[in-house]
Design a protein around this ligand. Sequence first.
Ligand code: FAD
Length: 380
Amino acid sequence: MFELTREQKMLQKMAHDFAVNELEPIADEVDKTGEIPLSTIEKIAKTGMLTLIAPKEYGGGGWGDVEKVLTVKEIAKACGSTGEMYAVHLLVVHIINKFGTEEQKKKYFAMSNEGKIGAFALTEPEAGSDAGGLRTTATEDGDYYVLNGSKTFISNMGPKEGDFVIVFALTDKEKKTHGGITAFIVDRGTPGFVLGKLEDKMGIRGAAVSELIFEDCRVPKSNIIGEVGKGCNVAMGGLDSGRVGISAQSCGIAEAAFEEALEYAKTRKQFGKPIAANQGLSWYLAEMGTKLEAANLLSLRAADAAAKGEDATKLGAMAKFFASETANEIAAKALQIHGGYGFMKDYKVERLYRDARILTIYEGSSEIQKLVIARNLIGR
Ligand SMILES: Cc1cc2nc3c(=O)[nH]c(=O)nc-3n(C[C@H](O)[C@H](O)[C@H](O)COP(=O)(O)OP(=O)(O)OC[C@H]3O[C@@H](n4cnc5c(N)ncnc54)[C@H](O)[C@@H]3O)c2cc1C
């Protein structure tokens, strides 16, 4: 069912070679310094991957969700932090492509091709899983809207990186999720848009995540994404695609951890034989390999459905839920297989274990994915 075309295989190989040559060698440094070098982001831009899913007429690759999954997985496998940066940026590209105006597409896809990255700002201190509880306001004033409020945990926004951000704000406090939320695209440097705290994280440490503050930030009406009051559609339409991206990120990190575990189990000897010769450990590996295969297939199945224009909400939630839980299980087992060495920073599996941990939380936790899946199954 998922036989890749020749072109897809070539794209996958390009992403693989790039990730192995440019990202894997610096993944430890990225983790230690908490920074993805801007030169690395520029290199990714030069491959065309930052506009992979933008239409060709705007300088994009013209590819779709399946190809997104293929490339996100390769990048996340080499470097979890860069995988996160890339997946979030493609979520932003997807939203601009689906809901943006001609001018917005021209401007932001050209910026992406120069290595400028975008962010998605929905979460607030009081609005996490219940994103509809947001409090940031946007008040109409002539040709502008004036934004006030704050956003928390926003990926791709750091001291150096993050050039534009899609912000969700209340344009009608009474209507809230029923037509009261609007999406705006805000450029870095707009007066009244300030970067707050840079988060100090457990994993994906190189991926910048910050607080954003809006104080009388004037945004032209031409920066509205979609229509006034239709911000919920923009957010949900974006997250449907974003979840497939996180499933691919999960598969990449899971595959890296699985390969580390397999190699270690075959070479580490105790009691005069490789530890893989113990049935208990070999069964761990059998379970890990099987679940990885299933996660990869589900991720591609959701991407394929989205690419064909089918309703991918349920499949996207299933792929995100299953792949992210699987990545955590595989990373934890991989660390266990490494024994005490897995607990040490000298071993890659220590970083993979930390990088996997966020996957079941952001872009909707596993609990929220199960709500979405159940709602779609039961039909409520
Ligand atoms: C590293 C990182 C990067 C992020 N990047 C972004 C970003 O770029 N843009 C953005 O907008 N946000 C981002 N987020 C925010 C992220 O999406 C939220 O953290 C997530 O949605 C959960 O919200 P919360 O942290 O407020 O937890 P809460 O909503 O407070 O949830 C706490 C716990 O309660 C559970 N829970 C809540 N409601 C229910 C329910 N109805 N039923 C069952 N269980 C429930 C949750 O599953 C969770 O286990 C990021 C977060 C992190 C940590």
